[in-house]
Design a binder for this molecule. Structure first.
Ligand code: DQA
Length: 143
């Protein structure tokens, strides 16, 4: 089974992207820790990071038969309406993750157009948030 690990714009440069906000872990580090978390269940992580909304949508469509997904949409949280539609059509549970505590930041980050569709949302816990999202999916996805 495949677990889709989807990261949006500007998340491929984690580690050197405003580390005081997003931490020093790289996306490769995060992908590794998520893979380790779900390996006992024989889930294989399919990591996809793209800068553009359309390519993220393609990834969701291409992996509609995955067991679930972890999604950090980056700034597409704010107005990613077509990404939202793609996730609405995605038939499996998915978790929204933000490394930073978006509510402690600028007002334009206080609302996610995607979050109402998520099985759960984790914010502010840095790279650990992805691992906790994986753990939550292990709980909510039946065998
Ligand atoms: C982010 C929060 C977003 O507001 C921002 O645009 C990002 C990263 C996070 O992980 O904290 O790109 O999704």
């Amino acid at each position: 089974s495949e677990l889709l690990l989807l990261n949006g714009p500007n998340l491929g440069i984690l580690g050197r992207r405003e580390p005081e906000i997003y931490g020093t872990a790289t996306l490769a580090d995060i992908e590794k820790s998520v893979a380790a978390e779900v390996a006992p269940r024989n889930w294989r992580v399919v990591p996809v990071q793209r800068e553009s909304e359309g390519e993220l949508i393609h990834a969701i469509q291409d992996h509609h038969d995955s067991v679930g997904a972890i999604v950090n949409p980056g700034a597409l949280m704010i107005a990613g309406w077509s990404l939202r539609d793609a996730l609405a059509a995605y038939p499996r549970p998915w978790m929204e993750v933000h490394l930073s505590n978006v509510w402690a930041r600028e007002a334009f980050r206080h609302e996610s157009v995607l979050a109402p569709l998520a099985a759960g949302v984790i914010v502010g816990l840095g790279a650990l948030g992805y691992v906790l999202a994986a753990r939550a999916l292990l709980e909510v996805v039946p065998d």
